[in-house]
Design a protein around this ligand. Structure first.
Ligand code: ACM
Length: 664
């Protein structure tokens, strides 16, 4: 069968572009439409379990919310007349395992939709595809008839969520799981401890929650609740407790585990810090045995993440460590860290878990069943695979670094560095994980840092490798973004709330005009402007603006390739030029808007130049002289420079107008 995925690589296939993300392995439209009306019924066929019954109830609930139609809440017993039949043969593992079958077939005819799968995991994936396809046409709600055969490209499709820098309440974790399920991600990697907080209750070592959490932690009951919630959605939960570095919070509670005596205080700033567990002390391994034992019982997943990143080695320069290293023939920090891991790994294994860690833990001698998570680059992943270790790729998927969706999307776990691997080595690359480090993320704005870009990454992990059409991705990501927000995520809805807070009683539209066209600075650069701490409120324009400005992207593209209608272009530029008139009085009154001032002024300046260029292109004014062109280019070069923590993104479009004015 010819797949749509392949056809989408050509530009002529837009009409066939189903609004799905991730795109399925194959999608064949068959003509006609299955209507969704108040007669909608769901039936389960074959194997049944409570998880499938709950899934069916969610289908009904979500459809009722989306369509506004009251739908009957109960399952139908009659698979011949039901609108949607979900049929599977057998249960999946009680504790979801890496590599279980997640494939499904979804056949939609004008009479019925039928999802068939080997086990409930495939049903859960197919159900999301079905729900995502529901749309409205002039005749009403329905789904286009089609045949879909689908299965994931990678078995490990994760999202790593830092809840230490800023604590994320259970409701945030749950809505994140809803979003993950919607785009077929299957691992929540829960980064539960770091310098800035230890977020889990421990009965054996209660000073963890008493002294290392500021009272912001998950009780064991809450953790179990989240794990069940995830299981219902076909998502594994892998906990991470970061050792031996990133452990200031733990050492605040148990300073005797530290390399230096302390005392330690929960860290309030961002960066890499000195406090490190002391690998020379036997009591450290006794503590870890007790802790890992309790956590291994709490978290049923087969994998257990011990972090291992960014050990700066400062505390290990101390005399007792240096003499220990000498006595044990450990010649540098790397070997000393390997020694630590070689003590931790048997503890993890004793509690029937496979150890996982960031790429720093990669060292010869550790058992081959550990898993390497590559964050420093793609090479270490290929290296791990060559050495016989399994791994997942995270380096190009750091959502907190505010890169555009396309950049994440085009980064492939099987990239150039893996070309020289044998098929057997390549199979060790299990997939990837996006990551959200929460230095600049709060419960209020974290969704807008994750979504919708996480959906594009989910497609990279799920869909065939040749699904790489960036324009198709952006189109589908927009639709998917709205769908995800209605599902309960808040990346669109909280944007409005945060803008209104910035505007106070003033006109929110004037703030929005600027907010829509700017982006936070990229990478690890935000620390350079303000001395941020854990207590800094994340309520400013930089916290509100989206990581990627879609309006700016579309403007730059349309103006750059000359497809933007001139009347609309003029209207847009006039609105941008004049926006400052409405905004300026607000900026003067409201301190929180002070960082908007230079961006708003730059927008006015750029739009003014754009209008002059447009006049000239349209013949309303003479061809600009060389000095105007030079001055304009210089102004635009200023306009696109970083201003505080933000960048105005529409300048390339204006620059192309100036080029055209100069050339005509
Ligand atoms: C990391 O970003 N330090 C894993």
């Amino acid at each position: 069968m010819k797949t749509i995925a392949l056809m989408l690589c050509g530009t002529a296939a837009f009409a066939a572009d189903p609004h799905l993300m991730p795109l399925p392995a194959s999608y064949t439209p068959s003509g006609g439409r299955l209507a969704i009306d108040q007669g909608f019924r769901v039936a389960l066929g074959g194997y049944r379990e409570p998880r499938l019954e709950k899934a069916a109830a969610r289908v009904i609930d979500r459809l009722a919310r989306q369509t506004g139609m009251p739908l009957p809440g109960s399952l139908s017993k009659d698979a011949t007349t039901a609108t949607l039949v979900m049929e599977t043969r057998e249960g999946s593992a009680i504790v979801q395992r890496l590599g279980e079958d997640e494939s499904y077939d979804l056949t939609i005819t004008t009479r019925q939709a039928r999802i068939t799968a080997v086990n409930p995991l495939g049903i859960l994936r197919g159900m999301e595809t079905f729900l995502q396809l529901v749309d409205q046409d002039p005749k009403g709600w329905g789904v286009a008839a089609a045949t879909i055969r689908d299965s994931p490209r990678f078995p490990w499709r994760g999202f790593s969520f830092d809840v230490s820098r800023h604590f994320m309440p259970v409701e945030v974790v749950k809505r994140t799981l809803d979003g993950m399920a919607a785009v077929k991600l299957n691992v929540l990697h829960w980064h539960l401890s770091d310098d800035q907080g230890f977020r889990v209750e421990c009965e054996k070592y209660p000073k963890i929650q008493e002294l290392a959490s500021d009272g912001l932690y998950y009780t064991k009951d809450e953790i179990r609740d989240v794990i069940w919630y995830a299981r219902d959605r076909g998502i594994r939960v892998v906990p991470e407790f970061d050792i031996p570095g990133h452990s200031t919070a733990l050492l605040t509670a148990y300073p005797e585990l530290g390399t230096l005596p302390g005392p330690y205080r929960i860290e309030r700033k961002w960066g890499v810090f000195d406090p490190t567990l002391d690998p020379t002390k036997e009591e450290v391994y006794t503590f870890l045995d007790g802790f890992i034992h309790e956590m291994a019982e709490l978290f049923p997943d087969q994998f257990f993440h011990v972090g291992g990143d960014e050990v700066n080695g400062e505390q290990w320069k101390t005399e007792h460590v240096q003499s220990f290293m000498k006595a044990h023939g450990l010649k540098d920090q790397g070997e000393f860290h390997r020694y630590f891991n070689s003590r931790v790994q048997p503890i993890v294994a004793k509690y029937a878990k496979r150890m996982m860690g960031w790429d720093e833990i990669l060292a010869p001698g550790l058992p081959k069943d550990i898993v390497i998570q590559s964050w420093r680059g793609q090479k270490s992943l290929a290296e791990a695979a060559r050495l016989g270790y399994s791994g997942i790729l995270s380096a190009p998927y750091y959502l907190d670094l505010m890169h555009p969706a396309a950049e994440h999307y085009l980064a492939d776990p099987l990239n150039e560095d893996t070309k020289s691997l044998t098929p057997e080595q390549r199979a060790r690359i299990l997939g990837g994980e996006a990551a959200m480090w929460s230095e600049y993320a709060s419960p209020e704005n974290v969704d807008s840092r994750d979504w919708p870009r996480l959906a594009a990454i989910a497609e990279r992990f799920w869909s065939p490798q040749n699904v790489r059409d960036v324009e198709s991705m952006y189109r589908r990501m927009e639709t998917t973004s709205r769908w995800l927000d209605t599902l309960g995520l808040t990346h669109l809805s909280n944007y409005r709330v945060m803008l209104q807070r910035l505007a106070g009683d003033g006109p929110v539209e004037a703030v929005r005009t600027v907010a829509d066209l700017v982006e936070p600075i990229k990478g690890y650069t935000r620390e350079q402007t303000v001395n941020y701490t854990q207590q800094s409120p994340l309520n400013r324009l930089v916290d509100t603006a989206r990581p990627e400005s879609i309006p700016a992207r579309e403007f730059n593209l349309a103006v750059g390739n000359g497809t933007m209608d001139h009347a609309r272009l003029r209207q847009t530029l006039v609105a941008w030029r004049d926006n400052h008139i409405a905004l300026d009085p607000m900026i003067r009154q409201r301190e929180i808007l002070s960082e908007v001032q230079p961006l708003s002024a730059a927008l006015t300046e750029a739009a003014t130049i754009g209008l002059a260029a447009l006049d000239s292109i349209e013949g309303a004014s003479p061809k600009p002289d060389a000095s105007w062109i030079a001055r304009s280019k210089a102004s635009l070069a200023e306009a696109k420079k970083r201003k505080g923590d933000l960048v105005l993104m529409i300048v390339p479009g204006i620059e192309s107008l100036v080029e055209r004015a100069a050339a005509h």
